[in-house]
Design a protein around this ligand. Structure first.
Ligand SMILES: O=C1C[C@@](O)(C(=O)O)C[C@@H](O)[C@@H]1O
Length: 276
């Protein structure tokens, strides 16, 4: 177990089943026990993002997720972008966000193939995520990308935690597909495993929870398994054992269907898990 922790987390060790996000001197937040609240920052401009980060300061939020794909779309439109044209602005914005908020920062570049706003090919995606990994406390890596395993290692070498992700806005994959995706994330050595799907029935929601619970037990690391939309609401409060290591909850704009506000999320979690 400790060996696995060393190989996936660099110098920072991880307690059984948990991962801490946040580099010194910034605060660290542990994922894998109590459900954490992650607020997405969704603006496409640096000023807008700084306003959102300031608003988060007054809310019951544990970590922030910068959805950098909004800025990429604002800079590049809907044409495929070159990393070299974007990296300067993204790095400056990451620096500004790190100064503006003491909360651990997750940088996410959600590409159009997974329901996001950034149009990037494989190599441009990897170049951008790798550069953000040198600054942010954690980065999101889309596991479906051909070079995802190399990118996971590169991001961890740069000192970031890696949240591997898979999104399906069109439906919920079969049980075998869900297990395959989670296994690929584990095999790549990601620190946190995350899936988000669009359920069509209560059965789909239950399957997402089952997949989350299975991966949590099989791989002993934090899992975030989300069924999006109102139907999937319970998955956002399921708790770490069922693949609910964290819940994405809005302060300004939501970044996916079915998100609650941070205050709503904290209220429910305090009831379900007990206030601390
Ligand atoms: O992967 C996820 C989960 C999410 O899609 C949700 O459903 O809350 C929101 C995204 O911002 C985040 O990157």
């Amino acid at each position: 177990m400790e060996e696995a922790a060393m190989s996936t987390g660099g110098a920072r060790s991880r307690a059984r089943g948990t991962v801490d996000i946040g580099r010194p001197p910034r605060g660290r937040v542990e994922l894998g026990m109590r459900t954490r609240v992650i607020a997405p920052l969704t603006s496409g401009s640096r000023d807008g993002l700084l306003n959102e980060a300031a608003a988060v300061g007054d809310e019951p939020v544990d970590l922030v997720e910068w959805r950098a794909d909004s800025m990429i779309r604002a800079l590049a439109g809907s044409s495929f972008a070159a990393a070299s044209d974007l990296v300067g602005e993204l790095a400056a914005t990451a620096g500004a966000l790190l100064e503006a908020s003491a909360l651990p920062l997750i940088a996410t570049v959600r590409t159009s193939s997974e329901g996001g706003a950034a149009h990037l090919d494989d190599s441009e995606y990897c170049a951008l995520v790798a550069s953000l990994a040198g600054m942010a406390d954690a980065v999101d890596v889309e596991i479906g990308r051909e070079s995802a395993p190399d990118l996971v290692r590169e991001a961890q070498r740069a000192g970031a935690r890696v949240i591997a992700s898979h999104h399906d806005f069109g439906g919920t994959p079969t049980d075998e597909e869900l297990a395959g995706v989670l296994a690929a994330m584990n095999h790549a050595g990601a620190d946190v495993l995350k899936i988000a799907c669009a359920p069509r029935s209560g059965g789909d929601v239950a399957r997402v929870l089952t997949a989350g619970a299975w991966a949590r037990e099989a791989y002993d690391r934090p899992v975030i398994a989300i069924a999006m939309g109102r139907l999937g609401g319970p998955t956002r409060f399921a708790g770490a054992a069922l693949g609910g290591a964290a819940t994405f909850a809005s302060v300004g704009g939501a970044s996916a269907p079915g998100q609650y506000t941070a205050r709503e999320a904290r209220t429910v979690l305090d009831i379900v898990e007990g206030a601390q």
